[in-house]
Design a binder for this molecule. Structure first.
Ligand code: MRU
Length: 346
């Protein structure tokens, strides 16, 4: 058995340790990040991934920058590099901006005192993420009927966050409340976060999980085997349009066709009111080789081109409810999202 729960990241003796998710499920190995540049590389190469997890990692990345020699300008330079490490998940920008605000307030501090202050802020972001996920779980569990078969996509679990998870947090909370559940996990081509990470987390948690190919979703729904679809999010525009792992939009269209509820679970740090609609969200395009030569084994003829967007946009009208740490929002849209962000955590 793998240690349960697996720790996505931790801070020890002035370094950030990241569970290297590229190696899962075969190997549990932690990557030691001593500098902000190490964290930028880990985010780019997806040793750490998942919207909240990359935000928390970036916050610690800024704490690492504060330990380096470059002073405030070095920290700001690191902030720019961290922000640019991946484009779609807004949590990354949110966390870096929060750290920059802390830096601004601490203008008179320098050296070890400044580094300590930024480390405290990164720790707070990390702890708040786990607490938010637990609240998301508690609110979302109410939407999961006893005996439900839940289809999820990618990995929105403890591994995609500082702990507990968003969509998988809801599943965890429902299971802890004594509900019998069956989870179908889409394998999530091309990097297989569903097969490698979601299946691992649920198996370790003792929650029944069945792995399916991404293209199996329509068949499962047509056979009446899915009660609801539950996914995470990388960025939610003011309209409620939601970016999440490529293939999510397909699931939402299928769910509507089959009259199956489609839910998104995400912390408020995923909401970006600066963008009106989903079409304005930058979609990360990754190396075509992830498709043509997964795990370095070539499966497509040499020279064949491939298109590899990492995310897609699900229009708000296909989303039945957004589950956040501040409550449920049915049919998310501008007014509801604005009110939600104005609300205190409860
Ligand atoms: O490319 P990834 O693995 O970072 O994509 C992750 C997802 O799409 C998750 O569903 C999303 O970040 C929500 S995680 C709580």
């Amino acid at each position: 058995m793998t240690p349960n729960p697996l720790r996505t990241l931790y801070w020890e003796n002035g370094s950030l340790f990241l569970l290297d998710q590229r190696l899962l499920p075969e190997r549990i190995s932690y990557l030691q990040c001593r500098t902000a540049t190490d964290v930028v590389t880990a985010i780019k190469e997806m040793a750490v991934r998942g919207a909240p997890a990359i935000g928390v990692s970036a916050a610690f990345g800024m704490a690492l920058a504060a330990q380096e020699e470059g002073g405030v300008s070095g920290i700001l330079e690191a902030a720019g590099a961290l922000r640019g490490a991946r484009p779609t998940a807004v949590n990354l920008h949110w966390a870096v901006e929060r750290m920059e605000r802390r830096l601004e307030q601490a203008a008179k501090k320098e050296g070890a005192a400044l580094a300590d202050l930024l480390l405290q802020e990164a720790r707070a972001i990390c702890e708040e993420d786990v607490a938010a996920n637990r609240r998301i779980g508690a609110y979302g569990a109410a939407l999961i009927p006893d005996g439900a078969a839940v289809l999820t996509h990618c990995n929105a679990g403890a591994l995609a966050t500082a702990g507990y998870g968003t969509a998988l947090g809801v599943i965890r909370a429902a299971a802890a409340a004594g509900k019998a559940l069956q989870v179908y996990a889409g394998e999530t081509r091309p990097l297989l976060q569903g097969a490698r990470l979601t299946a691992l987390e649920l198996r370790e948690e003792g929650i029944p999980v069945t792995l399916v190919t991404d293209s199996c979703a329509g068949h499962l729904m047509a056979e009446g085997r899915i009660s609801l679809v539950l996914v995470g999010a990388d960025r939610i525009a003011a309209s409620g349009d939601t970016a999440n792992k490529i293939g999510t939009y397909t699931l939402a269209v299928l769910a509507e066709r089959h009259g199956i509820p489609f839910y998104v679970a995400a912390p408020c740090s995923t909401i970006d009111l600066s963008l009106e609609r989903g079409a304005e969200i930058t979609i990360e395009e990754r190396d075509p080789e992830e498709i043509t030569a997964p795990g370095s084994r070539r499966i497509a003829p040499a020279g064949v081109s491939a298109f590899n967007p990492a995310f897609d946009i699900t229009p708000a009208e296909l989303i039945d409810a957004l589950i956040t740490e501040r409550g449920l929002l049915r049919k998310p849209g501008r007014r509801g999202l604005k009110d939600l962000l104005a609300k205190e955590d409860s």
